[in-house]
Ligand binder design. Structure first.
Ligand SMILES: [Zn+2]
Length: 316
């Protein structure tokens, strides 16, 4: 009997640990497939207002539909025009936006977490396709997988997923979004940005934003217990100047300007950054999968955080 009991509890223990492991892991095959597709030559570098850019938009819309995300508006697509000073043109661009209801709070305007990853890149120059596998097919693929997981295990707060356009044009997509009032900025407890999370020879993922919002550091550290990579905080201090300061380097800067808390995940500049060699073949697969799992785990933690739920209840 006691042997049986011991066997039983052992079995339960094994089952439980497998469940925990499964619970917090993304589908790596799907993650890599999406990255490979978005960074393939067919998408021609996904430049804003080009055929390749629109193909990427449609691809993401299709994924949002498949997952069952809800549109904030009548459609997932937020279309806008802006002036690009560098080329003196007025391109048309499209953010793709969808959300999951929370179990406690349904409507994102009553308090939510926003997860973002821009999908545009540099396009084609002098006959070279800038595929942008790391920048930022990687972030978009992770965003899609994170949305899938959270659909299966809903969090208490709503989560809004946004794939921005025109990040490579001075963050025009996120700038438009935070000024559009499609979602009141006051309702966003935290904006989590992923931009370049797949190339690191040292398996080092950077986190920027905790200098302004140290309350999220503990949540990030907790996610690392089951992950096989090292995190480095920084690039957000007063002493970080010039290119060493990442606070306004990607879409999270636009949220920061509006006073919305942000946490950014990304890698240091590498040899393939903004070069035609930023291709799927040059991604560090093991690192990319782990980095995506860290962000998934962090999103889950904050979207279930009691203090944020309390804040939401105060909002309403
Ligand atoms: Zn980028």
């Amino acid at each position: 009997m006691s042997i049986f009991r011991a066997f039983l509890s052992f079995t339960l223990l094994v089952v439980t640990s497998i469940c925990i492991a499964q619970e917090s892991r993304i589908n790596s095959v799907s993650l890599l497939t999406t990255t490979r597709i978005l960074s393939s030559d067919a998408f021609e570098g996904r430049k804003t207002d080009t055929k390749g850019g629109r193909m990427a938009r449609d691809f993401i819309v299709e994924k949002f539909e498949e997952i069952g995300l809800k549109p904030l508006d009548s459609t997932y697509v937020q279309t806008f025009k802006f002036h690009n000073r560098l080329f003196n043109v007025n391109p048309t661009a499209h953010n793709v936006i969808g959300y999951l209801e929370g179990t406690e709070i349904k409507n994102p305007s009553q308090g939510c977490i926003v997860v973002g990853a821009h999908y545009d890149h540099l396009g084609v120059y002098a006959g070279d396709i800038y595929n942008g596998a790391d920048d930022n097919a990687s972030g978009v693929a992770a965003l899609i997988e994170i949305a899938k997981e959270l659909k299966l295990q809903p969090a208490s707060l709503p989560i809004v997923f946004i794939s921005f356009d025109a990040e490579e044009m001075r963050c025009a997509g996120s700038n438009y979004f935070v000024n559009s009032n499609l979602l009141p900025n006051e309702s966003i407890h935290l904006f989590i940005n992923m931009d370049m999370i797949s190339i690191s020879s040292e398996d080092k993922l950077f986190v920027t934003g905790t200098n302004f919002h140290p309350e999220f550091k503990k949540d990030i550290n907790e996610t690392l217990e089951y992950c096989d990579l090292s995190i480095k905080y920084g690039h957000d201090r007063k002493r970080d100047d010039g290119l060493n300061n990442w606070v306004f380097l990607s879409d999270h800067g636009e949220f920061h300007k509006k006073g919305v808390p942000f946490i950014y995940f990304g890698v240091e500049e590498h040899q393939h950054y903004h070069r035609p060699t930023d291709t799927f073949e040059n991604i560090n697969i093991g690192f990319f999968v782990e980095a995506s799992n860290v962000v998934l785990s962090f999103v889950k933690t904050v979207a279930n955080k009691k203090s944020l739920l309390k804040e939401s209840r105060k909002l309403n």
